[in-house]
Design a protein around this ligand. Structure first.
Ligand code: GDD
Ligand code: MG
Length: 356
C-alpha cells in the first residue's frame, strides 16, 4: 500500500506561523516535529512506501524534513536517494501550481499501478490513537481490495461547516455532503447517522481513476495530458508536471469531484483521536499545558495569567493578569486574539493580501 501524502495547502488560519513558504504542515509545533513528519512516521508503519505530492516550492522543505526523521530506509519503502527507473518508484510528485486535491490525487494515481492500493492522507492532521488507527486502516484496506472508495468517519461533536459529512448506513455511504451550511450541518448532527469526513481516503488507484473519469471527465483528461508529458530527469526521485499543463487542469477537490457523486463509497468509523489542527483554538487543545493552563513555552513569563496559548521562540513574551488569549509571535508579525475567535484569523490574511 502506497501512502499519497498531500502537502499542497497553505493553512491561512494559523497565520503568522503558517505562511505560503512555510505552511502549517511543515511548522515544528510538536516536540520539534512537524505535522508532516508525524504523518510520515505514522503512515510508514502501515504503508510500504510514500508518494509526496507537493508544490514545487516546498520540495526542499519536504525532502529535508523527511531526511531528518532518520526512519530506516526499509520503512521508507522506496529508500532515500534512490535513482528510480519507473514513475511508481519515485517519491515526489511536484506541482508548479496547486489545483486542489482531485488533480493532486489523480496525478499520483496515474503514476502508480492501477492495482496499487493507496492511502491518501493530508499532511496537516494529528492522530493520537495509533493502535486504533492501525485497526481502521486494516479494515479500509479490505474494503479497498473489494473496489470501494473508502472514507474514514469521525464522530462529530459540533456543527462544523468546514468539513464534509458522510451519511452512513452501517459501512455503506448513502450520501456525501461537502461543507454544508450551518443549518444543514446542525440537522446532520441531530440525525445521528452522520460522520465528519476525516480527509483521508483508501482505494485502488485504478478504481479512483475510473470514478473520476465517470464523474469529472475534464479533470481526468487534463490530468492524463499532464502526466503523459511529465518531466523526469535521470537520477531524480521526482516527477514534475509542466506549468502549462497544470494550468489547464480545473481546480476542484476530491470531495466535490468524486466523493459526492460516486456510488461505491464506504465508511470506516474511526475513533482515532483525530484533529485537523484547523485553528489556534484546536492547536491549544493539542499542545502541552502547564498547571496554569498556559502552553509550555520557555520564553513566556506569566504573571497571574491563565489558559493562554503563547507561541514564539525569539523574544520574551510577558503577560500580566490576562486569561484565555492567543498570542503568536513569529518575529515579523504578532497576533493577539481572544480564544474562541481564532477562526477569524484567515480574515487577517485576506486583509494583508488586499493591502499588498
Ligand atoms: N498537493 C496538493 N495540491 N495538496 C493539496 C492541494 C493541492 O493543490 N490543495 C490542498 N492540498 C492538501 C492540503 O495541504 C491538505 O493536507 C489536504 O490536501 C486537504 O486540503 P484542505 O484544503 O485542507 O481541505 P479542507 O480541510 O478544506 O477539506 C478536506 O478535509 C476535511 C477534514 O479536515 C475535505 O476532505 C473535507 O471533506 C474534510 O472534512
Ligand atoms: Mg484541511
Amino acid at each position: 500500500m502506497t501512502n499519497i501524502i498531500l502537502c499542497g495547502g497553505s493553512g491561512t488560519r494559523l497565520w503568522p506561523i503558517s505562511r505560503t513558504l512555510m505552511p502549517k504542515q511543515f511548522v515544528k509545533l510538536f516536540n520539534d516535529k512537524s505535522l508532516f513528519q508525524l504523518t510520515v512516521e505514522r503512515n510508514s508503519k502501515v504503508c510500504d512506501s510514500q508518494f509526496i505530492v507537493s508544490n514545487a516550492e516546498q520540495y526542499f522543505l519536504a525532502r529535508d524534513q523527511l531526511e531528518e526523521l532518520k526512519i530506516p530506509d526499509a520503512h521508507l519503502g522506496k529508500g532515500l536517494g534512490i535513482q528510480p527507473e519507473n514513475d511508481k518508484d519515485c517519491r515526489y510528485l511536484l506541482e508548479p501550481v496547486g489545483r486542489n486535491t482531485a488533480p493532486a490525487i489523480a496525478l499520483a494515481c496515474m503514476a502508480l499501478d492501477e492495482e496499487e492500493i493507496v492511502l491518501v492522507t493530508p499532511s496537516d492532521h494529528l492522530i493520537k490513537n495509533e493502535k486504533a488507527y492501525k485497526e481502521v486502516i486494516a479494515k479500509a484496506k479490505a474494503f479497498a481490495e473489494d473496489n470501494s472508495l473508502v472514507t474514514f468517519g469521525i464522530q462529530p461533536t459540533f456543527a462544523e461547516i468546514g468539513f464534509g459529512y458522510i451519511e452512513a448506513d452501517g459501512f455503506n455511504v448513502k450520501a456525501f455532503h461537502e461543507k454544508p451550511d450551518l443549518e444543514t450541518a446542525d440537522s446532520y448532527l441531530k440525525a445521528g447517522n452522520y460522520y465528519w469526513n476525516s480527509g483521508m481516503f483508501c482505494f485502488k488507484a485504478g478504481v479512483f481513476l475510473e470514478e473520476l473519469q465517470k464523474y469529472s471527465p475534464t479533470i481526468y483528461d487534463a490530468c492524463k495530458t499532464a502526466i503523459d508529458s511529465r518531466v523526469k530527469h535521470e537520477n531524480d526521485d521526482m516527477i514534475r508536471v509542466k506549468h502549462e499543463d497544470m494550468l489547464n487542469i480545473p481546480d476542484d477537490s476530491i470531495d466535490y469531484a468524486v466523493m459526492e457523486k460516486s456510488n461505491t463509497v464506504k465508511v470506516v468509523p474511526s475513533n482515532i483521536d483525530w484533529s485537523d489542527v484547523g485553528s489556534f483554538d484546536a492547536l491549544y487543545d493539542e499542545l502541552e499545558q502547564d498547571t496554569n493552563g498556559n502552553t509550555k513555552n520557555d520564553k513566556h513569563i506569566a504573571i497571574d495569567s491563565t489558559n493562554n496559548l503563547v507561541i514564539g521562540d525569539e523574544r520574551v513574551i510577558a503577560t500580566v493578569d490576562v486569561d484565555n488569549l492567543i498570542i503568536v509571535d513569529s518575529g515579523d508579525a504578532l497576533l493577539v486574539s481572544k480564544k474562541g475567535s481564532s477562526q477569524k484569523v484567515k480574515k487577517v490574511v485576506r486583509e494583508l493580501k488586499e493591502q499588498a
